[in-house]
Design a protein around this ligand. Sequence first.
Ligand code: SF4
Length: 507
Amino acid sequence: MKKFQNSLQEPDQFTLTYELVPSRGGRADAHERALTLARDAAADDRLTAVSITENAGGHPVLSPEVLGIEIKKLGLDVIIHLSCKDKNRNQMESQLFAWDREGLRNLLVIAGDYPQKGYRGHPKPVFDLDTIQALDLISRLNRDPKDRTAHPPTLKKYQPTAFYKGVALSPFKFLESELMMQYMKLMRKVENGADYVITQIGFDARKFHELLLFMKQNHIHVPVLGNVFIPNMTVAKLMYKGMIPGCVITDALYEEMWDEAQSADGGKKARLKRASRLLTILKGLGYAGAHIGGPGLTYKDIASVISEADRSEKEWRDFIPKMSYWPEKRFYLYEKDNQTGLNRETPSKRSKPHSKQLSFLFARMMHTLLFSKNSPLFSPAKKTCLALEKTRLANGFAQYEHVVKFLLFSCRNCGDCVLSELAFLCPQAGCAKYMLNGPCGGSRNGWCEVYPGRKPCFYVRVYERLKACHEETKLNSGLLPPRDWVLNQTSSWINFYKGIDHTNPKK
Ligand code: SF4
């Protein structure tokens, strides 16, 4: 059996994977088609693994491990997507134990698309953990529970698992704030256990190069696979309109594809040619591999893309001008190298910070006065809160706190307040996926994936506020632990002074 992990750790190896989407129903024809493709791929040793999505697009389909187990039997390695959208932390653990037992140990850990309409309406979006917290959970499960020196400590009573954890990342963001948040979150993902990276879907050689340069400059040494997606016109249109979160087709590319689609084959030959060129560029840039995907493809199509890329390996630099679909005026992290069409190592000009918001400064001052151990008000405030907790006024006090914080911050009364860590914006109210450690990959043009054109991405707002105080880099490390639901609808002030909220380092 080919091993994805071994292949990625081999510096001279260019690892190829392919993305499969499970069918809606265990006996669907699409399931058989996926198996046929996997069987053909297993017979051709150029593809190392297939990745299997989990309820992609937020729609319920067959669980990925079912397809994964069948494909493993065919002799092909498998990557299973683990998304945070539909399950809480305990269900996630249970699923991880099952996958470990089945030998499905390559993961792609993602937030996941927002759940879409299901049985009699829209389901509850779970997002109990975000990607960073899920990585932390898996890293702990991977450790020997008897290791007393482990930091952070291991969980209790389990046999250690052996997962290889990948994450997704998008360099294809139009705004500085969105892009910087993606890159800063990458730093946190690697710090918290990410072993490899797969990029989101986009078509621009300079953007692909930008990611490698950022990783080099920030000493991030994990292998990266570039995404080579081959959309048909229907999917291209959806991506162009921003209806598939995190996947970008720009004006220039869409116009080109539209022209190609007028040909007798509907533009298929041109789409495969573009994919092979992108594959060639990724190899030339030094990517560890590529992740190929696209609807309605046969293995013959995929094999032809790989063969064409092998044939044209030496021409990768000539293809760069043809793979430049990103609007020049949109944000790039580095200045352009006009000779190569890629990037120089010089950072590009950043936008001017917004002016500081008075409400933010006031909230921060009050927080320091009441909750900083060096403040003269800390001790009396702590004594008052702890004394109140023991009286009949405790409930009234919790309600008073909620009303004040609702009026000021749209507080959702979680009892474990992270306002001071997130620029005095509430993630329970502001982020559709309740993310505590950075954005998902779905924002577009600064708008939230779930409310395009109506609500800005929560982390765009956090970044702008922190940037106004030159503090934006504070989001590039660490981890905020997941919400402790036992604190729900209790006083976060009392919980803080009692030392039972997230600020307790033992949590
Ligand atoms: S607010 Fe941002 S991070 Fe939260 S769901 Fe929307 S796009 Fe994702």
